[in-house]
Design a protein around this ligand. Structure first.
Ligand code: ADP
Length: 444
């Protein structure tokens, strides 16, 4: 596949920039992440574990065999190309599969194997001979529920007695329906209707409850209350599992209301660094000057692939047009595009079909910058008050892991923005050198 995913991942990080695409919601970011992700995200950090009962031994597994999964499930796991558990799975799986069942709150950035882990737990706990819902998974949106459903179907492909049903808007059931499927996956509102109002299934028979993407969930009005109402209908003995990519205070509070006596697993996201990045700036006082500088850079050095960040959609559109006129193959990502369209653009770029990607801020978080040799800030990242947005700067050009390839970052800065550049330089305590685009020998 196109390069191991690692660096710039998509989840909302509390971005403060004024970019007009920034109103983008977390659910869309999360979906985009899932659509373009084809591999585990690298993470060299250690998982932190907080056990409900610290005296009980902590198991972690290095292989799927150790989990003594049903053969049909082990086959499913291997058919997905998984050789061994991911970092988070090493600890989470034994906890989730323990007898008696353990409750769990797990947090790690997207792409670290949470979904695969809870899907395996649900499939393991199902009794296929019983024809009623036993596992319930709630997701923040219709599209996210479908993505998780796909993983259940894939992993359960050799376990055909187990059936799945989607409790999502638009999936209308006749009155009086009694569901036969063992797994229900859906959004909070519809799930609540199905078990409360319509009694399509009996919540008291649910043995595993999964609340996925808790951070996205609480972003949506009403979802928090609905989730809590669902949780209250479940039996005491039901295993409660909650997952989140981020863990701000609000998520934490919510998690504790949903999951009593939890074990807690956290995997810190890998820090990005600027250590392997050569940073330059070019002085230009208009977008035309910036474009000219860009042409000079392209004329002087060989650039395999570059991402160019603009502050607004308008600039991005204009720049893409200018670059096309210069016969560059340009891809554009912009906020008004559908998530699926964006995923397609990112995939084409990752496959090398285009060499330049022009984008505004939010859209590009899912792109693995390690394969991109040059990142250009056509506009510096600033927050809505015009202050430097260091976090976004790091996100755009930083690399994770000690073995990240060397990269080149070029900032286009006007006289009026020099103070922002200086602040970014001071913040990271790394020199950003001046580049004279009429004499580019030094960066070769
Ligand atoms: P998350 O839910 O944390 O975002 P996923 O479970 O969706 O992570 O996993 C991210 C990607 O890694 C998916 O493409 C998934 O198929 C793959 N993956 C998950 N677990 C493993 C594993 N143990 N080995 C290899 N790939 C895995």
């Amino acid at each position: 596949t196109a390069a191991a995913m690692s660096a710039a991942t998509l989840e909302a990080t509390g971005d403060k920039s004024t970019d007009d695409d920034d109103k983008e919601d977390r659910a869309a970011q999360s979906l985009l992440n899932k659509l373009i992700r084809s591999n585990l995200v690298k993470n060299t950090n250690q998982v932190e574990v907080l056990q409900k009962d610290p005296s009980s031994p902590l198991y972690s597994v290095r292989s799927f065999e150790e989990l003594r999964l049903k053969p049909q499930l082990l086959q499913g796991v291997y058919s997905m190309g998984f050789n061994r558990p991911s970092k988070i799975q090493e600890t989470a799986l034994p906890m989730m599969l323990a007898e008696p069942p353990q409750n769990l709150i797990a947090q790690s950035q997207s792409g670290t194997g949470k979904t695969a882990a809870f899907v395996l737990a649900m499939l393991s706990h199902v009794d296929p001979s019983k024809k009623y819902p036993q596992c319930l998974c709630v997701s923040p949106t219709y599209e996210l529920a479908l993505q998780t459903g796909k993983v259940i179907e894939q992993m359960g492909q050799y376990y055909s007695e187990v059936k799945l049903v989607y409790a999502i808007r638009g999936n209308k059931m006749p009155k009086g329906t009694k569901l036969q499927e063992q797994i229900v996956i859906g959004t909070p509102g519809t799930v609540l209707d199905w078990c409360g109002k319509f009694k399509f299934f009996d919540p008291k028979k649910i043995r595993v409850f999964v609340l996925d993407e808790a951070d996205v969930m609480i972003d949506t009005q009403g979802h928090q209350d609905q989730s809590i109402r669902i949780q209250r209908m479940l039996p005491q003995s039901c295993q409660m599992l909650l997952f989140s990519a981020t863990f701000e205070e609000s998520v934490w509070k919510f998690a504790k209301r949903i999951v009593p006596d939890p074990n807690i697993i956290k995997l810190k996201r890998e820090e990005e660094t600027l250590d392997t990045i050569k940073q330059y700036y070019v002085l230009c006082n208009s977008r035309e000057e910036k474009f000219q500088a860009l042409c000079n850079i392209y004329g002087a050095i060989t650039i395999a692939q570059a991402i160019i960040f603009c502050h607004t959609r308008k600039t991005a559109g204009w720049l893409a047009g200018e670059l096309s006129r210069e016969n560059h193959q340009v891809a554009v990502l912009s906020g008004e595009m559908q998530v699926e369209q964006r995923a397609a653009v990112i995939e084409r770029f990752r496959d090398g079909k285009e060499k330049v990607l022009v984008t505004t801020n939010v859209c590009a978080r899912g792109i693995d910058v390690e394969q991109v040799s040059v990142v250009i800030n056509f506009d510096l990242p600033v927050d809505k008050d015009g202050n430097p947005d260091n976090e976004t700067y790091l996100h755009r050009i930083g690399r994770t892991g000690r073995f990240g390839k060397r990269g080149l970052a070029i900032n286009m800065v006007g006289n009026t923005n020099m103070n922002i550049l200086k602040k970014i330089q001071e913040h990271f305590n790394k020199k950003i050198e001046k580049l004279d685009t009429d004499d580019l020998d030094e960066i070769e």
